[in-house]
Each structure stands twice: as structure tokens, then as C-alpha cells.
Design a protein around this ligand. Structure first.
Ligand code: ADE
Length: 249
């Protein structure tokens, strides 16, 4: 089976807009239930149907910021894949966005990483039968040829609901053998698994987790450049995956 129907899940509007505009994707206001803040942008690129989904803005707390973190990410991904299932099921889900990178794993600002697996670092459950569930490691679909083609690095993405981290998170990020850290990947992978949709992440490094600067400062400094990098990388990813079989990635 070749890949012709791709969903790209991107948490933040600033990360998604350059790519959506570049491919001239159009808002589809009827894609998500009207009660949800989620947004969908759809169109065709070469032979591929594309649906970019974003998590929209926070109306629950009235802050108006992007709905980052695992809860909106899993919910939006679940609803998108459920919606497509009844029409033309998605062949592939790509989670694109920014991340923190670990310099001990060779990450530098602006690097593009493709995920080999995802796991959580903030779901500590000290009941032995629940511990692996808490970590929730999920393998990504294999994309080694794609990584070589676009000159991206490969590594595990560790997910948690905080931009910063504390001592215990640090320990679990190391245990997860993480190259990069984000706030959505493990949740998006979980929702993709529910619908048996192959998935992987494309993550651009905005800040160095094991460096000197506070994450939030470095993140804000580099968000614009990272969004541009995402915009130049994602079309190459889409061009490569479309019309290929999964084992050719
Ligand atoms: N997104 C970008 N940088 C991040 C970090 N350090 N942690 C979590 N998510 C991020």
C-alpha cells in the first residue's frame, strides 16, 4: 500500500503557519466538532492528500495562548484519525514541531530530528505493573532512509507537560535515552496507535536542555528560525513519503 493520505499534527500556530501557507492549504471549518478549539488545513500536494491539524487557542482558561501539552495533542489527533477513518483512512501521521535538544546526544540549535521512539518522563507510577505504562514508550515507524535523504538526525523524543524540568525528570529523560524533549510526541503516538496509524516525529531544536540558558529564553529566541526550518524541511518530508510504501521510508 502506498502513502497518499497524510496527517501532520503541529501544536502551535506559529510552527504551522509557514508550512500551511507554503503549500496553500485551506482551512476546513467542518473537520473538527465545532465545540473544539482544534483547526484543520487541507489540500493536495502532488499525489497526496494532506491534513495539517493544530491544537488551537486556549478558551477554557481564557488565556488565548496555543493549546500545548499532551491533552489537546492526543484529543486532536484522535478526532482527526477517527474522522478520516470513515472516509479515507490516514496512511501516516507526522508530528511536526519544535523541541529541546540534548547536547550530550549531539543536538544543536536548528537541528532536525526524526523520532525513532517516544516516551514520557513525567508519568512516574511506582507500582511495578504500572511503571512501563507510565513511561509509555512507543516505537516510531522506521524512517532511516528519509533521515539520510533530508540529512536529519535520528533519536528518541521524551515528552512531558513542562517546558522546563526538574531533577526527577532529568533522571527519566536519561533513562528514556532521549535525544530531544517536547510536550506532545508521546500523546500523539498513543492516539495514532489507537487507530493503527503509522507515525513518526519531525522535530526542530529551539533550545539545549542540558545547556546553560533557561529553556524558555532560548525557545523564544529561536522559535521564528525553527518555524522557518520546519517550513523548509516539511515539504521535503512530504515529497519523500508520498507515493512510497512504509518499508521504503
Ligand atoms: N519545545 C521546544 N523546546 C522544548 C523544551 N525544552 N521542552 C519541551 N518542549 C519544547
Amino acid at each position: 500500500m502506498t502513502i497518499t493520505n497524510v496527517v501532520v499534527a503541529i501544536a502551535m500556530e506559529a510552527e504551522a503557519s509557514p508550512f500551511v501557507n507554503h503549500l496553500n492549504l485551506q482551512p476546513d471549518l467542518s473537520f473538527f466538532p465545532s465545540e473544539t478549539p482544534f483547526r484543520a488545513f487541507r489540500g493536495k500536494h502532488n499525489n497526496c492528500h494532506l491534513t495539517v491539524i493544530t491544537n488551537g487557542k486556549d478558551e477554557v482558561h481564557g488565556t488565548g495562548v496555543d493549546n500545548v501539552g499532551t491533552v489537546p495533542a492526543a484529543t486532536a489527533t484522535f478526532l482527526a484519525l477517527q474522522k478520516l477513518k470513515s472516509d479515507e483512512p490516514a496512511d501516516l501521521l507526522i508530528n511536526a514541531g519544535t523541541c529541546g535538544g540534548f547536547q550530550r546526544k549531539g543536538a544543536a540549535i536548528g537541528d532536525v530530528f526524526l523520532t525513532t521512539a517516544v516516551a514520557n518522563h513525567d508519568r512516574r507510577i511506582a507500582i511495578p505493573s504500572f511503571t512501563p505504562y507510565g513511561i509509555g514508550r512507543i516505537e516510531s515507524t522506521s524512517v532511516e532512509k528519509l533521515a539520510a535523504h533530508i540529512d536529519a538526525k535520528l533519536g528518541v523524543c521524551t515528552t512531558g507537560n513542562s517546558l522546563d524540568f526538574h531533577e526527577l525528570d532529568s533522571h527519566h529523560m536519561l533513562e528514556n535515552d532521549a535525544s530531544v524533549k517536547d510536550m506532545e510526541a508521546a500523546a500523539i503516538a498513543w492516539a495514532s496507535e489507537i487507530w493503527s496509524t503509522p507515525h513518526f516525529g519531525v522535530k526542530v531544536v529551539t533550545d539545549i536542555v542540558d545547556g546553560e540558558k533557561p529553556s524558555h529564553e532560548e525557545f523564544m529566541e529561536n522559535l521564528g528560525t525553527a518555524a522557518e526550518k520546519l517550513q523548509s524541511t516539511l515539504p521535503k518530508v512530504i515529497d519523500y513519503v508520498c507515493d512510497k510504501k512504509h518499508d521504503e521510508l
